[in-house]
Design a protein. Structure first.
Length: 86
């Protein structure tokens, strides 16, 4: 979140971060950090992948990169993901 604030730079506008219910997002430290940085957190409703656009990308990537495939190393898997994204 700190990098997000630094990247945006000084602004008089609100910073609103919409995220899902991942455990790291619900963590107290995440909530406190957002508050300290002046970031308003808006959680997505539980079980609503249709509201989270990245879920479509993850599904597509699983179908194209990992479905019915085994990679010999994590590096090979990483490279396949990188090729898919680029």
């Amino acid at each position: 979140m700190q990098r997000l604030v630094e990247r945006i730079g000084p602004t008089s506008r609100r910073i609103v971060l919409i995220w899902d219910g991942a455990p790291c997002h619900r963590a107290t430290i995440a909530q406190l950090t957002a508050a300290d940085l002046g970031i308003e957190l808006v959680p997505l409703p539980d079980y609503s992948p249709d509201l989270n656009p990245i879920e479509g990308l993850w599904k597509w990537m699983r179908e194209e990169v990992t479905q019915h495939r085994a990679y010999p190393t994590m590096r090979a898997l990483f490279e396949a993901c990188k090729v898919f994204i680029v």
